[in-house]
Design a protein around this ligand. Structure first.
Ligand code: XMP
Ligand code: MG
Length: 182
């Protein structure tokens, strides 16, 4: 597909086809692991929405969907340790199995906070599903229970991931040219 924002991408990391295979694999694991259980999938807005839509449609479980928005103090590029919930879930989570769905696990600050917050509010279990994992930058002890791929320490965009709210609509994931954000 020809898109005018393609020119800002240095290199494609995952094609549409590869992302579709990733969604097949992750959804397959979730379907197996939660067989016979009810699941509440909680999407972390906004970055997870495209990935989440692909995963959610592949689930054959009895499941519900909700969303949460977290924000951190500090620059837009990376999260600080201080996280606040800007938009909360609407669902009563006491005794429920939750799957937090996120675009990328980077420092881990956001998901470390959210997971503990949801456990403190009575969730029976909270697992993490992240499309991408950037383990080299981790600051908190958190690993994804389900993930698509590990990525090096470069800024990636597309398929929901943004830079300054742009590029979410790219159907693939690519590395942004450094001159765009420097
Ligand atoms: P932490 O650091 O709390 O943050 O794990 C996760 C959030 O940081 C954003 N993030 C990125 N967004 N390309 C992006 O578009 C990246 O390479 C990247 N690294 C971190 C993202 O919003 C994620 O939810
Ligand atoms: Mg995000």
């Amino acid at each position: 597909m020809k898109m005018e924002i393609n020119k800002d991408i240095e290199r494609i990391l995952f094609t549409e086809k590869e992302l579709s295979t990733i969604a097949d694999n992750i959804a397959g694991q979730i379907n197996t692991d939660y067989k016979g259980k009810e699941l509440l999938v909680v999407g972390v807005l906004k970055g997870s929405v495209i990935f989440l839509a692909d995963i959610f449609r592949r689930l054959s479980l009895d499941c519900r969907l909700d969303f949460i928005t977290a924000s951190s103090y500090g620059s837009g590029y990376e999260s600080s340790g201080r996280i606040i919930i800007k938009k909360d879930i609407d669902t009563d989570i006491k005794g429920k199995h939750l799957l937090l769905c996120e675009d990328i696990l980077d420092t881990g600050n956001t998901l470390f906070y959210l997971r503990q917050n949801l456990i403190d509010r009575g969730a029976e279990s909270v697992r993490i599903c992240a499309l991408l994992d950037k383990p080299s930058r981790r600051q908190k002890p958190v690993t994804p229970d389900y993930y698509g791929a590990q990525v090096p320490d470069e800024f990636v965009v597309g398929y929901g991931l943004d830079y300054d709210e742009r590029y979410r609509n790219l159907p693939y994931i690519g590395i942004l040219k450094p001159e765009i954000y420097m």
